[in-house]
Each structure stands twice: as structure tokens, then as C-alpha cells.
Design a protein around this ligand. Structure first.
Ligand SMILES: *Cc1c(COP(=O)(O)O)cnc(C)c1O
Length: 400
């Protein structure tokens, strides 16, 4: 009987491998950055990195590293407690207040990851008589969080405002008490920005609340990097904003929820991933305070990031590649055929450019792509180098 279980696991792994869906992790032997050292066929090799969420290039910033070291000297290594027992330092509250202040909210609450923030946000706030109306391409953590909540679930087709209206009408017809519209601020496979202005207008019309998961926008979208709501001109209209410290904001780890004082207070009392999980380490918090300072003063980083994105888009388009349109530093190069996309990523690695191919089920069938991500720490020359490698490989494989 026990052996059945282990056989089944082995079979599932064989299936995954057979379908070409097995994820193999490449080992990096340097800090995360625009250039990294990777283990390639048993040898260490320096490559240009175009697939990290390191949008502002802060992951290895010396001031942030120093802030982490200094804080560790002052506060030690671990908290060994959940927040409400003896795990809250002045740094935890400082970071929560700084995040809330930067993003324009009354308060915020930290989690071990945004996955936990999204997993824990719905259940304490909504009950069976309420409705969650969720975009079909929302992040896995939102899907899981919604599953853990008793509210009725409605799904609208990705960024389809006609369908969102239809689902809001349906929720009303079915007697929903509170309606919460939930969307990613940026959809990470496409780099498309949610239609937040229209979503908020519909929310107003139907008296609904709006929640945005802004993991792929905070720190660099919007005039001062406050994210996609500011970019879309609806910064003050979003009721609940979730985000991560693991992408633009330094790339360490941790998540947060911004909301009204009362909503945050209730979450502190009821959100299960908060109540039943260890407090963030002081070094991470000290580093985050420094990160927030650099991000708030980071107009030059945002400028470089978007300059890189424009430069890469322009040159790749000119070279004949098929790019998804937009302005976001996520730039997908459409290859369509999954095998070709995989071949292309492997060939680019040989040329010293690290990128990742995405295929089904992460993206729809026949929509395989190489998803590149720009970084503020890339120089113009490095962007050009990547384009040169793409052109060489693209011609060899017959993509252009
Ligand atoms: C990365 C991501 C998350 C998860 O964030 P972590 O802090 O890494 O757990 C959640 N939602 C979206 C949209 C993301 O892109």
C-alpha cells in the first residue's frame, strides 16, 4: 500500500518529464544582478541576466547589503516568534508605516511572502453572503486565497470589461452583500497592465470594492513608482493593495497588504498566514527601510529601466521579432512553438544571455514565448549585446 504511493509519485514525475514540462533549476554562484555567474555544463560562466524580477537593480545594492549587516549586528538574526507573541520589533512597525506612507494608505501589514498575503487576505474580510469577482489570469496565490474564503466566486475573462460588468450584475442578482473585484496590476506573462481606470469606474457604478496585487509594478510603475494604480490615475481608489518585497523592492523576500487602519487591524487578528507564521527577520527589515529610501529617490533608476525597455523593444522589433506590445519592462518575444522557444533559450545561453522560455500550461498552447525582463542596472551596451545575441540565434533557428 505504501509502495503504491511512491510508485504514483515516480509516475507523475515521469509524465511531467515526458511532456517537456519539468523545471530544472540552474545554479547561480554570484549575487543576483544584471550579470551573473552560473553553473553551465559543469563550468562557471558569466552571463547577462534578462529574466530576474530585479527591475530596479537593487538586489545586490551595496547600501542595502550594508543596512542588512548593520541591522543584524544591532538586532541579531532571528525573531523566533510570531508577531503577536514576542516577534514585533520597532523595525516591523517602521517598515509597515513606510510602505503605507509610500503607497498612500493608512496602514500596512507584513507577511512572509505576497503568496501568504494573498492567501490570507480574503477569508477574514468576506463571508458567504459576499462575492469575489476575480480576473481569470490572476496569480496562483489569489486563486488559492479565494478558495479558502466562503464568499461566492465569480470569474471574468482577462481584462474584459464587458464580462466584468456581466459578473457584477450576476453577483447583484444573486444577492451579494459586499462585492470585491480582484486583479493583478500587471499580468506577468504578457506584461499587460490591468485596465484599472475602467475597473474602478465599474466598481463605483456597482458599489464594489477593488483589490490590486501589484507585485510586478511597485517601485517602478507610476510617476514615483507607486505602482499600477498611480500609473492608471486611480491611486486613491484601490481599497486593498498587496505586494512583494521580492521583486522591484530589493528582491529579498516578504509580502504586505495595504488598506485602511481597521482592515489591517482585523487582518492582524484574523489572517492565518500572519497569526501562525514567524515574523520577518530584522536584517530583512533594515534592508527594506534602505530599499524604500532608494526607491523613493529612484527617479534615475526608473528612467534607466524604461529607457532599457524602449531600447530593447525598438531594436528587437526592427530586427523582425514578434513582441507583445506595451511599455512594461516585461517584454515577451513570441515564438509560438514550445520546442522552438526552448531551443532558443538554450542557444541564447550559449551566447551568454540568460532568458527563459515559457510554454503551456504557464501560457496558452501555441503561445510559447521567451519572456525577457529589463533591469535598471543593465547598461545600453548590455541591452545591445542581448539584441545581437537574439538576432544571431533567431536567424539560426528560423524565427526571423
Ligand atoms: C510574485 C508574485 C506573487 C508572490 O510574491 P512572493 O512575495 O514571491 O510570494 C504574488 N502575486 C503576483 C502577481 C506575483 O507576481
Amino acid at each position: 500500500m505504501r509502495q503504491d504511493f511512491y510508485d504514483r509519485i515516480a509516475n507523475t514525475i515521469a509524465d511531467i518529464r515526458e511532456q517537456g514540462l519539468e523545471k530544472v533549476e540552474r545554479q547561480i554562484t554570484s549575487p543576483q544582478g544584471p550579470v551573473i555567474e552560473v553553473d553551465h555544463k559543469g563550468q562557471k560562466r558569466k552571463v547577462l541576466n534578462f529574466c530576474a524580477n530585479n527591475y530596479l537593480g537593487l538586489a545586490d545594492h551595496p547600501d542595502i547589503v550594508k543596512a542588512a549587516q548593520d541591522t543584524m549586528n544591532d538586532y541579531g538574526f532571528g525573531m523566533a516568534s510570531v508577531r503577536f507573541i514576542c516577534g514585533t520589533t520597532d523595525l516591523h512597525r517602521k517598515v509597515e508605516q513606510e510602505i503605507a506612507d509610500y503607497l498612500g494608505y493608512e496602514d500596512s501589514i507584513l507577511f512572509a511572502a505576497c503568496f501568504d498575503a494573498n492567501g490570507g487576505v480574503f477569508e477574514p474580510l468576506l463571508e458567504a453572503e459576499d462575492a469575489i469577482i476575480s480576473d481569470s489570469l490572476n496569480h496562483a496565490s489569489i486563486i488559492d486565497g479565494v478558495r479558502l474564503c466562503k464568499a461566492k466566486r465569480y470569474r471574468f475573462a482577462n481584462s474584459d470589461m464587458k464580462d466584468l460588468r456581466a459578473q457584477l450584475e450576476k453577483a447583484d442578482l444573486e444577492g451579494a452583500r459586499t462585492k470585491l473585484i480582484v486583479t493583478d496590476g500587471v499580468f506577468s506573462m504578457d506584461g499587460y497592465i490591468a485596465r484599472l481606470k475602467e475597473i474602478c469606474a465599474l466598481a463605483d457604478e456597482f458599489g464594489a470594492l477593488v483589490m490590486v496585487d501589484d507585485c510586478h509594478a511597485t517601485g517602478f510603475m507610476g510617476p514615483h513608482g507607486e505602482g499600477s494604480p498611480a500609473h492608471c490615475g486611480v491611486a486613491r481608489r484601490i481599497d486593498i493593495l498587496t505586494g512583494t518585497l521580492g521583486k522591484g523592492l530589493g528582491g529579498g523576500m516578504g509580502g504586505y497588504i495595504c488598506a485602511s487602519k481597521d482592515v489591517v487591524h482585523l487582518l492582524r487578528n484574523r489572517a492565518r498566514p500572519y497569526l501562525f507564521s514567524n515574523a520577518l527577520t530584522p536584517a530583512l527589515l533594515g534592508a527594506t527601510l534602505k530599499t524604500l529610501e532608494l526607491v523613493r529617490e529612484g527617479a534615475h533608476l526608473r528612467e534607466q529601466l524604461f529607457r532599457n525597455a524602449r531600447r530593447f523593444r525598438e531594436q528587437m522589433t526592427k530586427a523582425g521579432f514578434d513582441l507583445l506590445p506595451g511599455e512594461h519592462p516585461i517584454i515577451p518575444i513570441m515564438i509560438y512553438d514550445a520546442r522552438k522557444a526552448g531551443e532558443m533559450a538554450a542557444a541564447l545561453m550559449e551566447e551568454g544571455v540568460y532568458v527563459t522560455a515559457f510554454s503551456y500550461p504557464v501560457v496558452p498552447k501555441e503561445k510559447a514565448r521567451i519572456r525577457t525582463q529589463m533591469c535598471a542596472a543593465h547598461t545600453d551596451e548590455q541591452v545591445d549585446e542581448a539584441v545581437t545575441a537574439f538576432v544571431k540565434v533567431g536567424k539560426a533557428i528560423g524565427v526571423i
